[in-house]
Design a binder for this molecule. Structure first.
Ligand SMILES: Cc1cc2nc3c(=O)[nH]c(=O)nc-3n(C[C@H](O)[C@H](O)[C@H](O)COP(=O)(O)OP(=O)(O)OC[C@H]3O[C@@H](n4cnc5c(N)ncnc54)[C@H](O)[C@@H]3O)c2cc1C
Length: 382
């Protein structure tokens, strides 16, 4: 494994960092306070990212994406950890299930998404089914010309303004998990797609999560994504990449906090000495440093295995997701302690990172789900 970053990847990372600093950072606090981002603002930012050639950075060439290595995608995700969730959307991380799109769907669905003319959300989670997808009850019945969907989905990111929704529904309730579901694409103007409410939540301000109902929602045959009965595999196609993305974002958040903390401990004086001279503070800095380095190494190893096409990628992504998401929470907690009262105030982004990072232990498979997978792997390979 080579730790040297290629000059091409360095250029990509520098470009993203510069864009965040110049174009996104000035907007962060306002969007967080308002818990709202104007669709025109994010649309304009996406056009700028398209011009940089980085929009849809996780998409392969076959879908019109930049076809980046996983290592390069990780560098982008780490940089995006420095900004907020709604603004990171400017880079267009699109659902991996789009890889199942057929030739027609690539024209009417994927192309406009890649040009940021439309947006998309994906809906797996339901009030009684999150970690345990075998409990999903949204069902799709065959009707002439297509399917009729009924059910409720909740905690769905960015569905409020999305033009399309990718939905996982049961099509054969007696079948094993892998052949029980089908994945559908629903259009915004479908009268059967109803938004029930927007959740009030701790962080990710400006990035709404919704509850929605599918009420006798007719979906044409042309809008089945992937093969009928293959919905679970369609939805899970890039789950390891998505977990790695979370890990890299968390490394970015911990780095951003470190970048805030270090000048502060040199400048702030208590009892006649800089904070950096107090051993209690030094120990927190040391712990943060080791944890951040360990998490970054786990992400680099997972990216390397992904780019090698190794079967070990799956478990490496779980390890990275588990460790980095928990690490970033600990780093945020210590950063707030080091800043004292100033860390708790919204003048600095420390409290925002503290709030935002918590969700990463829940989404894309909770910490407990990662531990279960890792434990199974450890026991099977003992
Ligand atoms: C910010 C955010 C954004 C999200 N965006 C989306 C989205 O866009 N689309 C979407 O479909 N979903 C989305 N989700 C939902 C997310 O995927 C689920 O919240 C997550 O999968 C956990 O499911 P749950 O909330 O139902 O918790 P549960 O599954 O009810 O779990 C509750 C707790 O029990 C633990 N637990 C469950 N089973 C076990 C077990 N066997 N052993 C040990 N512990 C267990 C879990 O780890 C968790 O701690 C989002 C969630 C958040 C917070």
């Amino acid at each position: 494994m080579d730790f040297e970053i290629s000059s091409e990847n360095k250029l990509i990372a520098d470009t993203v960092r510069r864009f965040i600093q110049d174009r996104l950072a000035p907007l962060e606090a306002g969007i967080d306070a308002a818990d709202e981002i104007h669709p025109a603002v994010i649309h304009a930012l996406k056009q700028e990212v398209i011009a940089l050639g980085l929009f849809g950075y996780n998409m392969p060439a076959a879908l019109g994406g930049p076809d980046l290595s996983v290592e390069a995608q990780c560098l982008i995700d780490e940089a995006l950890g420095h900004t907020t969730m709604p603004l990171a959307e400017a880079f267009g991380h699109l659902p991996g299930s789009l890889r199942a799109a057929n030739a027609d769907q690539r024209e009417w669905l994927v192309k406009p998404l890649m040009h940021a003319q439309t947006t998309i959300a994906y809906a797996l989670t339901e009030p009684a089914a999150g970690s345990d997808l075998s409990a999903v009850t949204t069902r799709a019945e065959r009707v002439p010309g297509g399917w009729r969907l009924n059910g409720t989905k909740h905690f769905i990111s960015a569905a409020e303004h999305a033009d399309y929704l990718i939905v996982l529904a049961v099509t054969d309730k007696l079948a094993p998990l892998k052949s029980r579901f089908t994945t559908f694409v629903i259009e915004r103007n479908n009268p059967g797609w109803k938004t029930l409410r927007r959740f009030r939540k701790m962080g990710w301000h400006g990035h709404p999560l919704s509850e929605l109902a599918l009420d006798d929602c007719f979906v044409a045959e042309t809008h089945v994504l992937g093969q009928p009965g293959q919905g679970f595999l369609t939805m899970m196609a890039t789950i390891n990449n998505d977990r790695l993305m979370v890990a890299c974002k968390c490394v970015g958040i911990a780095q951003a906090l470190t970048d805030l903390v270090l000048p502060h401990v040199r400048q702030r004086k208590t009892f006649g000495a800089a904070l950096s001279e107090h051993q209690a503070i030094q120990f927190m800095l040391a712990d943060n440093d080791v944890e951040l380095d360990a998490a970054r190494l786990l992400t680099q190893k997972a990216a390397y295995l992904a780019d090698q096409g190794s079967v070990e990628f799956r478990i490496a992504a779980s390890r990275a997701k588990l460790y980095a998401s928990e690490m970033a929470g600990r780093v945020a907690d210590k950063a707030m302690q080091i800043f004292g009262g100033a860390g708790y105030m919204a003048d600095l982004p420390v409290e925002r990172f503290y709030r935002d990072v918590r969700a990463f232990r829940i989404g894309e498979g909770t910490s407990e789900m990662q531990r279960l997978q890792i434990a199974r792997h450890v026991i099977l390979n003992a």
